[in-house]
Design a protein around this ligand. Structure first.
Ligand code: GRF
Length: 220
């Protein structure tokens, strides 16, 4: 059985959704460990309750990104994890880390990428007057929030939305689409090789969409 690590820095609601998918058999892989850069990450309590090993790797004063990431690489390699799931891990990863795990790092971002890379996506989507917003699951590449997009879930922006209500609606879809993509990866249906995304061994030229609770595959 494949195994993966989940990297978190905060609340861990995606970790919870992923763990629930593992326990219910929707994801047929094992969580080898939950790794956090913050000892106070709320999500660590989920790992504890689930008896998943938790590993805390705090940044040391004066440590470079490369030094931090080589400690992270060493931990993940020691666990012999097949792939890495970023779930609210609030550190930028070095090129060395991304190259080491090329095609084996997934992330979820709370926007319809390429719109609103970076932080405060819900606030920015509201300020821009968007009528649609959402979440994207993507492979991680060297440039922040710019890797190949696998699946996007669109949500409607309602006239009376504030940042919290919109964030909550987006988060609900995150909890649906992230486990789904993880399982595609586990089953070998999803691959990212030589800068090309493959779904069922066919090159994917556009992202898949999750719309009205249904999966829409691109017409290649
Ligand atoms: C989510 O909004 C996710 O899209 C982003 O970070 C947040 C993590 O939330 N990458 P949680 O810790 O999973 O609740």
């Amino acid at each position: 059985m494949k195994s993966f690590v989940v990297l978190i820095s905060g609340r861990g609601s995606n970790l919870q959704a992923i763990y629930d998918a593992v326990t219910s058999g929707v994801i047929t892989a094992r969580i080898a460990a939950v790794i956090s850069n913050r000892a106070d990450a709320e999500g660590l309590s989920i790992a504890r309750a689930a008896q998943i090993p938790e590993i805390i790797i705090p940044a040391q004063p004066g440590q470079s990104r490369e030094q931090y990431d080589s400690a992270l690489i060493a931990q993940i390699d020691a666990l012999q994890a097949d792939f890495i799931v970023l779930a609210g891990f609030m550190r930028i990863l070095s090129d060395a880390f991304i190259t080491h795990f090329a095609g084996r790092i997934l992330n979820i971002h709370p926007s319809l990428l390429p719109a609103f890379k970076g932080l405060d996506t819900h606030r920015r989507a509201l300020a821009a007057g968007c009528s649609k917003h959402g979440a994207s699951v993507h492979f991680v590449s060297a440039e922040l929030d710019s890797g190949a997009i696998v699946l996007q879930a669109e949500v409607e922006v309602k006239p009376d939305d504030d940042e919290n209500s919109l964030a909550e609606r987006v988060l609900k879809t995150e909890h649906v689409i992230y486990p789904m993509v993880i399982q595609w990866y586990v089953e070998g249906r999803l691959m990212f090789r030589d800068q090309q995304l493959y779904f069922d061994h066919t090159p994917l030229t556009e992202a898949c969409q999750w719309k009205n609770q249904k999966l829409v595959l691109p017409q290649n």
